[in-house]
Write a protein that binds this ligand. Sequence first.
Ligand SMILES: CC(=O)SCCNC(=O)CCNC(=O)[C@H](O)C(C)(C)COP(=O)(O)OP(=O)(O)OC[C@H]1O[C@@H](n2cnc3c(N)ncnc32)[C@H](O)[C@@H]1OP(=O)(O)O
Length: 194
Amino acid sequence: MGAQPEQELFLYDPSLLLKLDFYRSPAKFNPPITAVAPGEPWLKVRPLKTGDYRRGFLQSLSQLTNVGEISEAQFLNRFAEMRAKGDYYVTVIEDLRSNKIIGSATLVIERKFIHSCGIRAHLEDVVVDDTYRGKQLGKLIVVTVTLLAEVLGCYKMSLECKDKLIPFYRSIGYVDEKGNSNSMTLRYANQNRL
Ligand SMILES: CC(=O)SCCNC(=O)CCNC(=O)[C@H](O)C(C)(C)COP(=O)(O)OP(=O)(O)OC[C@H]1O[C@@H](n2cnc3c(N)ncnc32)[C@H](O)[C@@H]1OP(=O)(O)O
């Protein structure tokens, strides 16, 4: 008998995705799809896994922004840190025909003192591969993590985006609140310390 392949780890418990009620979202899906039934038998919505380095997860992210040269060891190290913290819900869509990651979105939980030690959510790093765009997958992955934040007990979720994506996020229920929708940034020369 040959050596067994090492078991892959999920970043978070995949059964959480079974608890999402897509009827709670104001987003309209036509035809209707959900995280559990994404419309095609070859599409899978799930938490990030250790093997996704080899399934093109970082190549997919590079359609969002500069990813840099990341070795598999660096990827696994960051994955282990996120998993140990338990506040990162990187969620992906895989095309099971090619075993490629074709989209993803990250929900990050922030623990607060305010609001009775409340927890709030941030939406980060949303991307769908350009050859798969316009098929509701962007909406699907964002609604998935948005509903997940509610299931986890967050009191709100927010995001930053380019102006042209405001209609996209509005269609999912995000609101640009009057007098409270500015985003400000201060960039540092730093890279990779903590
Ligand atoms: C918080 C953040 O991470 S913001 C960063 C978002 N990511 C990026 O900009 C990366 C590059 N872009 C992408 O990956 C994709 O274009 C995404 C993720 C924004 C959208 O993915 P898609 O799979 O094409 O979206 P989907 O098919 O679900 O479209 C949903 C709706 O939004 C609209 N929409 C999608 N992309 C855009 C866009 N760039 N500008 C305006 N409207 C858009 C669609 O027309 C569609 O409208 P409809 O429901 O009335 O038909």
